[in-house]
Each structure stands twice: as C-alpha cells, then as structure tokens.
Design a protein around this ligand. Structure first.
Ligand SMILES: Cc1ncc(COP(=O)(O)O)c(C=O)c1O
Length: 368
C-alpha cells in the first residue's frame, strides 16, 4: 500500500506515444488543447488558463505579475509545503508566516491582520487538503479592506471550481500525486485578461507573444523581451498526460470522495471537516500528540504508510522571523495523513480504518 500515488493507464501511455510519434515534444498543440479543456472544465466564461511546468512555477509567476519585489511582504500561512514560501522569496519579497485555524489549517485572519505593515502587498491563502474554499470569501474581503492582491495556492484543490474568483490568481499543481497529474505541471487561472497575457509571455522566458507562435507550431525569430521571464512552459508530453487524466477526473473524484467518506464515517472524531464539494487530495486525521507517533508505528507494523505534513515554514532557518505560531506548531504535532489515492481498493481503506480503530481500542484511547 502507498500513501499517495498517481493513477496511470493505457490512455496516458497512448498519449505519450502520440506526442513522441509526432516528434513535437515541446510546448505546442497538446498544451493548447489542454488549456482549452481545462477552461471548459473550470466553467467560468472569463477565466484564462495558463499551463506551466509545476505548481511552484504557477505560484512564482502569479506573484511576479502582482508586481511585488524586494522589500514587499506577502502574508502566507506557515502550515504549507515549502514551495509556497520559496515561490514568494523567488520574487525577492519576504514571506510573512501567519498562524492557522487548527480545525482545517486555513490562514488565521486575526493573526494576518496583526502582521500587516506598510510593505504588505499580497495575501496567499493555501487550501490544505482542499479545505477552506468557503473561507476564501473572508480572504477576498480582507484583501479589499487592506488593499492587497490575492494569490491562492490551490495545489490540493483541483476539482472544486468554487476556488476560481473574478479577481486574483488561482494556482494548481499537477505533480505526480495530485488529483490529476502531468508527471510535473501546474496552471494559473485568472479572470484578469491583461495579467493573463503577461503570464503567457513570462512562462516563455518573457518573449512577447511567443505562446501564440508556439501554438501555431512556429517560434519568434525576431523576439523582444521587456520583463524577467522563466523557462516555465508546459511541454506537449506533460500536457498529453494531463489531457488523458482530465478525461478520467470524474472517475477519480468518485473514488477519492468515497474513500474520504469511509474514513469520515468511521473516524468522525479525528477527521478533518471536508465539505461536499471538496475532492480530497490528502486525508489528515488529528490525534493527541502523545499518541500520534505510537499510532504511526502501529500502522507501519501493519504495512500502512502514513505521513506528517506540514512542518511549519517559520521553523525553517530561511523563513524564521523569530516568533512562534502556536496553532500551526500544535497541529504539526497532532496530524497524521492516512493513505488516500485512486489505486487503493475499498478493502485497503477498510483495513486502514480497522487498524486505526484497533489502536484506539488497544490503548483504550477515547478521542471523542
Ligand atoms: C500546498 C502546495 N503548494 C505548492 C505545491 C507545489 O506544486 P509542485 O510540486 O507542482 O511544484 C505543492 C506540491 O506538493 C503543495 O502541496
């Protein structure tokens, strides 16, 4: 059993072979079609979809087009993957670690408010395990009140289209274990047309208008560049895998939601609060910190892998600003990720549940 896994089959193999046979493996028609298909999937008329080669690249570019630079500050929940913080520091701006809500890992807006300075330009909420989409309304209100731009880290949130808003930037990851994968990949979704055009150039080393040329199967032979860009475009092979995955998404969604429901019904006292629209990417449970590692060992003895995420970023040397963030630090000690992916069988999930319950019984642990 694995903690997380991609779900690849003949469709992805055929997609990769199709691109290889075409001898056009760079960004081209497959990427164009994947962007169109994602646009249809998101179902928002004025949305623009810009595919890139990772979720980290999506965050970095979205932050760059907000115009932030050295000396500016970005409010980021400390309880997230390192990529979120690194993408802020890649712009030259400083990520300001913010505490979270213990119930779902979402950014705590009272703490965010206390850390606003004249240099604060962006707030970057993270939807840990897909949770917190409803609370995004509060973030947008907060941003309006303090004149901030919003960049959303939706790496865990593919499938819940409520995350895409009229303003701001929503960044998805399609890395190997996300709700759909391109092997590596990601995209930015924004309804701000002018920024979308800029993002298309920035992903191709800043070459103006290069996206249209690549999609037409050519290149810019007399290019111009006005901004710092990056080699972040998505190639045809990744896009072809993504297209095959997108076609299977409804099937993936059903399985993920079914397994999450099984966990939720059997372990209600320690489960995260998933709402009905979320397509869970991870399945975290929360257990007293003096029992967490014992449960982890017990599950390992039964060949059940588990994970512990996330080490709060303010505890890393690079991002430590010298203050504690108690909710995140506590959740980090109490959280345990259970296996969740579409290669698991119902029997696998039942076995995990049985063993968690057995542990509780063995230690007479009453988590209710
Ligand atoms: C919360 C979060 N943000 C950003 C990323 C970065 O995405 P990628 O791995 O595609 O660069 C990840 C990847 O795991 C993530 O979990």
């Amino acid at each position: 059993m694995r903690l997380s896994s991609p779900h690849l089959g003949n469709e992805e193999k055929e997609a990769v072979c199709r691109v290889m046979d075409s001898q056009v493996i760079n960004m081209g028609l497959e990427t164009r079609e994947f962007e169109k298909e994602l646009y249809a999937f998101f179902g928002k008329d004025d949305a623009n979809v810009i595919c890139v080669n990772s979720g980290s690249a999506a965050l970095h570019l979205a932050l760059q087009v907000t115009g932030i630079e050295h000396g500016d500050e970005v409010l980021v929940p400390t309880f997230t993957y390192i990529a979120t913080f690194q993408s802020v520091s890649a712009t030259g701006a400083t990520p300001i670690p913010i505490d979270i809500e213990q119930k779902n890992g979402f950014i705590n807006l009272s703490d965010a408010k206390n850390r606003i300075t004249k240099n604060t330009k962006v707030i970057l909420p993270v939807l840990f395990a897909g949770c917190g989409v409803k609370e995004l309304d509060d973030v947008y209100e907060f941003a309006e009140q303090y004149n901030l731009r919003v960049v959303v880290d939706a790496a865990h949130c593919f499938g819940d289209n409520r995350v895409i808003r009229d303003t701001g930037f929503t960044c998805f990851s399609f890395d190997s274990i996300k709700n759909i994968t391109c092997a590596d990949g990601g995209c930015i979704v924004t309804c701000e047309k002018e920024h979308a055009e800029k993002l298309k150039d920035l992903r191709l080393l800043g070459v103006i208008g290069d996206t249209d040329k690549r999609f037409a199967g050519t290149m810019s032979w007399d290019p111009d560049v006005t901004d710092q860009g990056w080699r972040y475009h998505m190639n045809n092979i990744s896009a072809a895998i993504g297209r095959a995955q997108l076609k299977k998404f409804e099937k993936f969604k059903k399985i993920r939601c079914k397994y999450a429901r099984m966990y939720q019904q059997s372990l209600p006292y320690c489960s995260f609060p998933f709402d009905e629209y979320v397509v869970p990417h991870k399945y975290p449970i929360v257990i007293d910190e003096n029992k967490r590692d014992a449960l982890r060992d017990f599950l390992a003895q039964n060949n059940i892998p588990t994970g512990i995420q996330y080490k709060p970023n303010h505890l890393f040397t690079k991002f430590n600003l010298g203050y504690a963030l108690p909710n995140a630090e506590q959740l980090y000690k109490k959280i345990l990720l259970l296996p969740l992916h579409t290669m698991l069988t119902e029997e696998d999930v039942s076995f995990v549940i049985e063993k968690v319950l057995e542990f509780y019984k063995k230690y007479d642990y009453n988590a209710a």
